[in-house]
Design a protein around this ligand. Structure first.
Ligand code: DGJ
Length: 726
């Protein structure tokens, strides 16, 4: 049992293999987050009790007998606004009387095996009920009759748990949720660094680490998507912890819209983390009897450094988030037309790509943007999802038949959430875009965002997609999203529901993705947003892979892939070999191999020498598929620690095989470059494939190998493949 309730002590203990999380039901039903950290056996928390408030200006509740208690300094598990806690609280609900004091207290709970789905929301799931246990704590505000179910699921084998909240209006009047975080976690120290992922288009998910300060830290998006700029991920890293050792607490929100992750240090130097929908620009109106479901937050504890935190996220997401046929089935090796042709292609050109691709062993041709409406540039036709027969005479069927006849599968591009002002759809329905009446609509990439909060709009867009996907043999869809949301309004929502637009937009997108994946379970779906602008766990629930960045330069990709790997597995990281100039094909392949692997170039432009390298890469794709899709990642030399070179390993789960890759980001002249490998079995012996030398795992991990004589120029790289000697 991973969740226990100690009746006498009024304590819940949520244990994974490596961590414990303890909630106490204190006097008057206050719920206290008494502990989160390395696994502990005991449940006596008297020694860990909340800090004595004994300070001016922190109010106490007169009906609590323990006078050292104050909501302002206690580790409240899910603190409400306006009732004695002056820190950043997790929830605020404005009731019909007009005030937004919110005070949830314990009423009851239940514990059961398995994990329920969250209504309308993507979330981690249990493959079997034995895999996890769930605790639901029912809390209530006796003054307003607002209630909530605090949901916790423990994935015991992973060192991971999830939290989500369902708000219920049990009163007979309407109320407005002004903020509702998915999770709140208290620590009674501030001895942490905060690690997070920031970026921009073409440079997504850079890792940043800085000491936690007194006051308020917030990482967020208000762009309508999780965004290039901040990822919905953060970790608290105990001072002194690093990649390989020490305590790390990782947080990731399963959500694709506006999010907020806050870390607050109070005047007693305690830390509270809140993670959830960004309250900025959010209000949700609840009629009597209605409910609101938050997205899910994933919490991972590692006692073995940042690297182990990442591996836990990777295992959990590979097993309990990604779904469908392509979770386990080998994915076809693809070539995408975008960087090869942009908007300038026709049937013959695409078929010529497929012919050459076939020669080297590529298995699928993906036709990117430009196949529909009159789209010859990015200034029109989004929303007109019917084929451009000037480019593809005879239609899609002719093209697909010719591609299939070569033995290749076929994929297609969509941007369902957008509408071009120059489109038949917009001319027919100018109110179908996200807009505020009377206000200019900002334009970005010459397009507007379509109003996915509207059922009629979703029906039209999905209907158009379904028409194409049902009538042609399409094996893959790339779902793009190339701008953010401004002037956030909908023609249908009205005043009471106006501030629901951002969240309703996300729910609308989820609904269409859900229909798509249900109706076409064999289609491999890849998400994209101008590269990696919506690389989040919610998208992974629908699509097992996401295009990581429009930047395909192998050296630039290093930082992007290292950052992405903080919580997202290699199996999800869309990575292609392109014609980018800075490195040779070998290095491009070595970098893309740490991802889904594919090509993004005109294969007719490859030289005979390139073709030989590509053929070898295609063979390697198959050879290393199990390692890249199911292996454990070890970041050996991080680009944020070393500006000369970066190195990583993928190790098979049974530790019988390991692929090591090193890339020089700059010329590195040194005759002694020792690499101490990791993640091997100390007692096993491994053969280094290239020269047949045999080393023990203990030697490789402790003494290491001098790899200095291997290539050292800028953009040079090499791999080492170790296989267990039986
Ligand atoms: C942005 C994507 O990231 C690219 O790969 C490509 O699909 C373009 N959009 C097409 O407009």
């Amino acid at each position: 049992m991973s969740i226990r309730f100690y009746e006498e002590k009024k304590i819940f203990k949520l244990d994974t293999a490596t961590s414990s999380y303890v909630i106490e039901i204190f006097e008057q039903g206050y719920l206290l987050c008494q502990y989160y950290g390395a696994k502990i056996p005991d449940v006596n928390f008297k020694g860990y009790k909340f800090r004595e408030y004994f300070a001016s200006f922190s109010p106490s509740n007169a009906s609590v007998e323990d006078h050292s208690f104050s909501a302002d300094v206690s580790p409240l598990e899910y603190s409400g606004f306006g009732v004695g806690d002056f820190r950043k609280t997790a929830v605020a609900i404005r009731n019909a009387d007009g005030n937004n004091c919110t005070d949830f207290r314990y009423v009851s709970h239940k514990i059961y095996k398995g994990k329920p789905a969250l209504a309308g929301m993507p979330a981690t799931y249990a493959n079997t009920d034995d895999e996890c246990e769930t605790l639901e704590i029912y809390v209530r505000d006796k003054v307003t009759d607002a209630a909530a179910v605090l949901m916790y699921t423990v994935f015991e084998n992973y060192g991971a748990m999830t939290k989500a909240v369902r708000i219920i209006n049990e009163s007979d009047k309407p109320m407005d949720i002004e903020k509702v975080y998915s999770a709140s976690v208290s620590f009674n120290t501030m001895d942490f660094d905060i690690v997070h992922l920031y970026g921009r288009h073409n440079a997504e998910r850079n890792m940043a680490r800085s000491p936690l300060e007194h006051g308020h830290t917030s990482l967020s998006s208000t762009r309508g998507s999780s965004s290039h700029f901040h990822n919905p991920f953060a970790a608290l890293v105990r001072h002194g912890a690093d990649e390989n050792q020490g305590e790390v607490f990782g947080f990731n929100l399963v959500y694709s819209g506006n999010f907020d992750i806050t870390a607050d240090v109070d005047y007693y130097e305690c830390t509270r983390v809140n993670i959830g929908i960004n309250p900025d620009g959010f209000t949700w109106h609840l009629e009597a009897g209605e409910e609101f479901q938050t997205p899910e937050a994933v919490l991972v504890f590692s006692g073995e450094g940042i690297g182990e935190m990442s591996r836990i996220f990777h295992r959990l997401y590979n097993n309990n988030l990604i779904r469908g046929r392509w979770k386990t089935e080998k994915r076809p090796l693809l070539i995408n037309s975008w960087e090869a042709a942009y908007f300038s292609f026709d049937t013959d050109k695409l078929v010529s790509f497929a012919e050459r691709a076939k020669e080297v062993g590529i298995e699928m041709l993906v036709m990117d943007d430009g196949w529909f409406g009159v789209r010859n540039s990015d200034n029109c036709s989004l929303g007109d999802w019917y084929v451009n027969e000037d480019k593809l005479p005879g239609g899609l069927g002719v093209l697909i038949d010719r591609v299939n006849a070569l033995g290749l599968k076929f994929g297609i591009w969509y941007e369902p959430e957008m509408i071009s002002p120059d489109s038949d759809l917009y001319r027919a329905h100018p109110d179908w875009c996200i807009h505020v009446p009377g206000r200019d609509c900002s334009i970005a990439r010459q397009q507007y965002v379509i109003d996915m909060s509207r059922a009629d709009v979703r029906e039209n867009i999905y209907g158009q997609m379904k028409e194409v996907l049902s009538n042609y043999k399409i094996d893959y869809v790339k779902w793009d999203f190339n701008r953010n949301i401004s002037e956030a309004g909908s023609a249908l929502l009205g005043k009471e529901h106006g501030e629901e637009i951002f969240h309703r937009f996300v729910l609308g997108t989820y609904e269409v993705m859900d229909r798509l994946t249900r109706d076409f379970p064999d289609i491999l779906l890849e998400n994209c947003s101008g590269g990696g602008g919506r690389f989040d766990p919610a998208m992974l629930y629908y699509s097992p892979q996401i295009w990581a960045s429009d930047n395909t330069d192998a050296i630039e990709r290093i930082a992007i892939q290292f950052g992405t790997s903080m919580c997202y597995p290699a199996s999800t990281m869309g990575a292609h070999v392109s014609m980018s100039r800075r490195t040779g094909f070998e290095t491009k392949g070595n970098v893309a191999m740490w991802g889904t692997f594919g090509y993004e170039l005109d294969p007719n432009h490859l030289t005979e020498k390139d073709i030989e390298i590509v053929k070898k890469q295609v063979a390697d794709y198959h050879k290393y598929y199990n390692l890249t899709h199911n292996g454990d990642l070890y970041r050996i030399v991080n680009p944020w620690d070393n500006s000369y070179y970066a190195a990583w390993e993928l190790v098979s789960p049974d530790k019988s095989e390991m692929l090591f890759t090193l890339v020089n980001m700059r010329y590195y002249h040194c005759n002694k470059r020792i690499i101490r490998f990791r993640g091997l079995d100390a007692d096993k012996y491994y053969t280094l494939e290239e020269n047949g030398e045999v080393y023990s795992g203990a030697f490789l991990m402790n003494a290491g190998l001098n790899v200095s004589r291997m290539r050292s120029g800028t953009g040079d790289s090499f791999t080492l493949h170790f296989v267990e000697k039986k």
